[in-house]
Each structure stands twice: as structure tokens, then as C-alpha cells.
Design a protein around this ligand. Structure first.
Ligand code: SF4
Length: 228
């Protein structure tokens, strides 16, 4: 059997037994889609599609650089007449995810508002814990008799005008900070990010003595250029 099989022939259990990585990944994806459908499809009836994969450069007053972003999905809640950014987060360490305040979500809502010419007042996060141990969208409980919990959590954040104002001010301050690093030609380490996304590729540089870094960088990295 290849990586893809006709839907009716697909067996999640067989994929698990075989432990073939791509097939296993497909099996997990199927589990995620089914779990999403079971849990949220009835709730989606009240939404209508507005736009998706919106790529944009958001200009903010007082910020020298635009913010480049791609907004996954914007839907309209037809009962409330409200636009919402839908965001999907998948991770094995979701306990680290903070939905409010969330820099990315607020930025997406502001960017989408500007592009659509209409205010996006809500962010709907779908936070999914991708677990090896989950079955049919349920993470088994540690205690016997406990039914376990869904791999999905939906979290709805309604934005106030002050969220939008504060995000823009935060961004302005962040850009001032960055220009200062550029001016001084000194970039402090951000060690909270070192282990994210499977580990930062620059870790060998950061742990090398300063006098070795240039040589180490020349030998191991290629300097990227712009397409322009
Ligand atoms: S290893 Fe990566 S994330 Fe960590 S401080 Fe160095 S550059 Fe930053």
C-alpha cells in the first residue's frame, strides 16, 4: 500500500502498526480532520466564507518596517454580523500557547481589517495537541475510568479597540528596539526560542566563543540575498 489509499481502504490501526512515518503522518492528519469535523462542524453553520491565505504587508504609523503576514482564514458570523480570523495551532507542547494576549492573532485581525476594509473583531483559535497516544481525537486520561479529553480546544477572543491600539504601540517599541540593535551592530541572544521548532539551527554559533563565530559562520552557513 502506498502513502495514499482510497479512503475506504485506509486503516488508522494498520498505519499505527506499520509505523511508516509518512503513512503514520497521514493517519494522524486523518484523525485531526475527523476530530475537527465531529467537534466543530455543527458550530460552523452560522459562519460564511470571506477569504483565506491572505498575504499582506501591514503598514503601521510610526513603524519604519511593514509587517508581512499570511492570514489563514476569515469567516463571518452571520448571527452576530461579525468578522473573525480563524487560526489553527498544532503542537505537542500547547501548554506554552497563550491565546490572550497573542501578538500574531491581533496582528492578523488588524491586517485582515485593513485589507477587507471592514473590522475583524474576533479571533477563533483551534488549538490541537498532536499526540502519539491519542485515538479517534481523544487523548487518553491518566486516571482509570476518566473518559479522556479531546485533542482540540476552541478559544474565542473578542478584541477591544484598546487591543488594537496597544498592539500597534508594542510593535512601534519593538521596531525601535530592533533599530537600536542594528545601529549598535549587536544582536542579543533570545534563548527562549532556542528549542522551538525542533531547535534553532544557529545554536552552534551562539554557543561558540565570540572570536570563533565569524569563522564558524563562514564555514557552515551561506549568506542569503534578496530576490530583488
Ligand atoms: S540559538 Fe537561535 S534562538 Fe537561541 S539565541 Fe541563538 S539565534 Fe537565538
Amino acid at each position: 500500500m502506498g502513502y495514499w489509499a482510497p479512503f475506504e481502504q485506509f486503516s488508522l490501526e494498520k498505519a499505527r502498526e506499520k509505523k511508516e512515518t509518512p503513512l503514520y503522518t497521514c493517519a494522524k492528519l486523518e484523525e485531526i480532520l475527523r476530530a475537527y469535523h465531529v467537534q466543530f462542524a455543527p458550530l460552523e453553520e452560522k459562519y460564511r466564507y470571506i477569504d483565506s491565505e491572505m498575504e499582506l504587508d501591514l503598514e503601521v504609523a510610526g513603524c519604519p518596517l511593514p509587517v508581512r503576514m499570511k492570514v489563514d482564514l476569515v469567516l463571518e458570523d452571520m448571527e452576530l454580523n461579525k468578522l473573525a480570523v480563524f487560526e489553527f495551532k498544532f503542537s505537542t507542547s500547547l501548554w506554552r500557547f497563550v491565546d490572550d494576549p497573542n501578538d500574531q492573532g491581533v496582528g492578523y485581525a488588524i491586517g485582515a481589517s485593513k485589507k477587507l476594509g471592514r473590522e475583524v473583531e474576533r479571533i477563533v483559535y483551534h488549538i490541537s495537541e498532536v499526540k502519539v497516544s491519542s485515538r479517534e481525537g481523544i487523548v487518553p486520561a491518566k486516571k482509570k475510568g476518566d473518559p479522556g479529553r479531546s485533542i482540540f480546544k476552541r478559544s474565542i477572543i473578542d478584541l477591544d479597540p484598546w487591543d488594537v491600539e496597544e498592539w500597534q504601540e508594542d510593535l512601534r517599541m519593538k521596531q525601535i528596539e530592533l533599530s537600536q540593535y542594528e545601529l549598535e551592530e549587536y544582536w542579543p541572544k533570545r534563548t527562549r526560542s532556542c528549542s522551538d521548532w525542533g531547535g534553532c539551527v544557529f545554536a552552534p554559533l551562539c554557543t561558540a566563543p565570540p572570536q570563533m563565530r565569524e569563522m564558524f559562520a563562514q564555514a557552515n552557513f551561506q549568506v542569503g540575498g534578496s530576490d530583488e
